[in-house]
Design a protein around this ligand. Sequence first.
Ligand code: IDP
Ligand code: MG
Length: 136
Amino acid sequence: MSNLEQTLSIIKPDAVERNLENEIKEMFKNKGFSILKEKKIQIEKSEAEKFYKVHETKPFYSDLCAYLSSGPIVVMVLEKDSAVFENRELMGATNPKDAKEGTIRKKFGISIDKNSVHGSDSIENATIEINFFFKD
Ligand code: IDP
Ligand code: MG
């Protein structure tokens, strides 16, 4: 039975800056994800604040939004069976120190804030996040 889902992935500024875009995309493709849509953009801090609104009470919110808007990012719509969960698995733990071998954050993450990728954490948020970046 197929359970095709879409999820939003972002290659964050630390990874784009180190030219890791293609290597990270290869990791997605090797796991069977299709990249349905993608664009390289730089967002304003005010847009990052909207995107990360769920974190607005966290002590790291302002730094997080400044960081996401600090340089180019690559936003992608990924598709695969169980894409939301499978992307979280491939990304690895939020803190690269805790991420398992074979995950993107283990391989490329620098620190808990510069952890190279974002991925939607639920099907509901995937829909919201895809619409945030790709309203047609
Ligand atoms: P996630 O990206 O694994 O879903 P979230 O808890 O949703 O993790 O946090 C969003 C982003 O906020 C993380 O990817 C990371 O960049 C940043 N972040 C999370 N926790 C901390 C922290 O304790 N200090 C600094 N930045 C953090
Ligand atoms: Mg999250």
